[in-house]
Ligand binder design. Structure first.
Ligand code: NAP
Length: 406
């Protein structure tokens, strides 16, 4: 991409998303940007939905009651069923723009009629004492707005990744959390998954010697679609596309395995012409992060190449290979080199319930949140640097907090 004249001030100014200036290089994209913010609106029931035959019960009197905001695929097919495995978290309320979902999902999960909210009645959760926390599972471009609304109702917030679409939005979310004196956690589930936890431990122990290179790729091929059919192809809801949605796992892994912040980034982003899937978002983003130790991370992510989710970490004495690295289940991990070993540290599917219990413990017991809003902010700043580098066609230098150096 050519991006002459894209400045740091332009990229950070006025609440634009991390990707918007890089994308606004095309007049069509600039027009779409002018359409303004996206709105929450009910969608049809996801395919293949299985609802519980009997409503799950809360396990403890001090269990944290969650309001689930956005009954989409991930909420209904992954997270809501996992509440039954959590010790200290339960579904107390649901929020949806689709009345049929409110009825069917509410009945299946035993959610009382008066704990079923629409986006229009959401503010009423403020006086609902059954709700301690709000879980935001909306399209990414709606995370900031609805997180801030939840804080205005004085609830704690668990927000899905990516935290938002710009560093400025993240800062507003953190400020709202502070004003409300309520907690904010980003749902970075790999921090609760046994393989990734063991990988972090191995790196802390120097299992590959001195770190030299991390390579990661998170890609899949998006089916035929367009920005009006699929929020993941819509810039106002998805930012630049694959990086915020899937490549975020590679960035996260690079940071928790390298255990340092990059000092510079160089990146490229590609959008094929005349493909309705990529009218507003990028198809591929690849970036190179340079760490103060001299180690490099090469991250690639795509919505238009065949499926992969791997992380490969190379050091002076060995390599740690994770493939798949950050899936819901089926992780594989091996060490090569001086110490050859396969690892089977536990069932990856515990990550969902552990994440819920971790947040419940922070709310009830005041324990430290492993994946706080500040981590989400850090990642959005790095995305901004990636897009800035891609737009300008040059390396971007970073401050230790991930902001770009002028
Ligand atoms: N941590 C993970 O592993 C993981 C995996 C997948 C997704 N996610 C995250 O979870 C969030 C939701 O993703 P998803 O895959 O569940 O998406 P999805 O299936 O499309 O569901 C999104 C839901 O949000 C609600 N919504 C409100 N306004 C909307 C609008 N303007 N356009 C589309 N939907 C709107 C709808 O719920 P109602 O019909 O009930 O209103 C919709 O069903 C995203 O932030 C994503 O990054 C995380």
């Amino acid at each position: 991409m050519s991006g002459d004249g894209v400045t740091r001030r332009g990229i950070l100014g006025g609440g634009v998303t991390a990707a918007s200036l890089a994308l606004a290089a095309s007049p069509a994209a600039a027009l779409l940007q002018a359409r303004g913010a996206a709105r929450a609106a009910g969608q049809r029931m996801p395919n293949g939905l299985e609802l519980p035959a009997t409503p799950p019960r809360r396990k403890r009197p001090d269990s944290v009651g969650f309001a689930i905001v956005g009954l989409g695929n991930y909420a209904l097919n992954q997270m809501m069923p996992r509440f039954a495995e959590a010790e200290r978290a339960h579904v107390a309320a649901i929020v949806s723009g689709n009345p049929d979902k409110l009825q069917r999902v509410g009945d299946a999960y035993g959610v009382p009629q008066d704990a079923r909210y629409s986006y229009e009645t959401f503010a009423n959760i403020a006086s609902d004492d059954r709700i301690d926390a709000v879980y935001i599972v909306l399209p990414s471009g709606l995370h900031a707005d609805w997180t801030i609304r939840a804080f205005a109702a004085r609830k704690h917030v668990l927000c899905e990744k990516p935290m938002a679409l710009s560093g400025a939005e993240c800062e507003r979310m953190i400020a709202a959390s502070g004003r409300a004196n309520r907690k904010l956690m980003i749902a970075y589930r790999s921090h609760f998954e046994p393989y990734n936890l063991q990988a972090m431990e191995l790196m802390a122990q120097g299992a590959v010697g001195q770190l030299r290179l991390i390579r990661s790729e998170q890609s899949y091929r998006m089916g035929p679609t367009s920005p009006s059919q699929n929020w993941r192809a819509n810039r106002a809801l998805a930012g630049g596309g694959p990086l915020e949605d899937y490549g975020i796992y590679g960035l996260q892994a690079a940071l928790y395995l390298a255990r340092e912040m990059p000092e510079s980034i160089s990146a490229t982003a590609f959008r094929p012409g005349a493909d309705p899937r990529f009218g507003e978002i990028f198809a591929h983003v690849s970036s190179q992060l340079r760490f103060p130790s001299g180690a490099i991370a090469q991250l690639a992510t795509s919505y238009d190449s065949s499926g992969i989710n791997f992380v490969d970490v190379r050091g002076t004495t060995g390599a740690l290979i994770m493939d798949p690295a950050t899936s819901y289940s089926g992780q594989k991990m091996r060490l090569e080199g001086r110490d050859r070993r396969e690892f089977t540290p536990g069932d990856p599917s515990v990550q969902f319930a552990r994440q819920l219990d971790h947040f419940a413990d922070a709310i009830r017991g005041g324990t430290r949140i492993r994946t706080p809003g500040e981590m989400g902010l850090r990642d959005l700043r790095l995305f901004e640097a990636i897009y800035a580098s891609a737009a300008a066609g040059r390396t971007v230098k970073l401050n230790p907090d991930g902001t770009m150096r002028s």
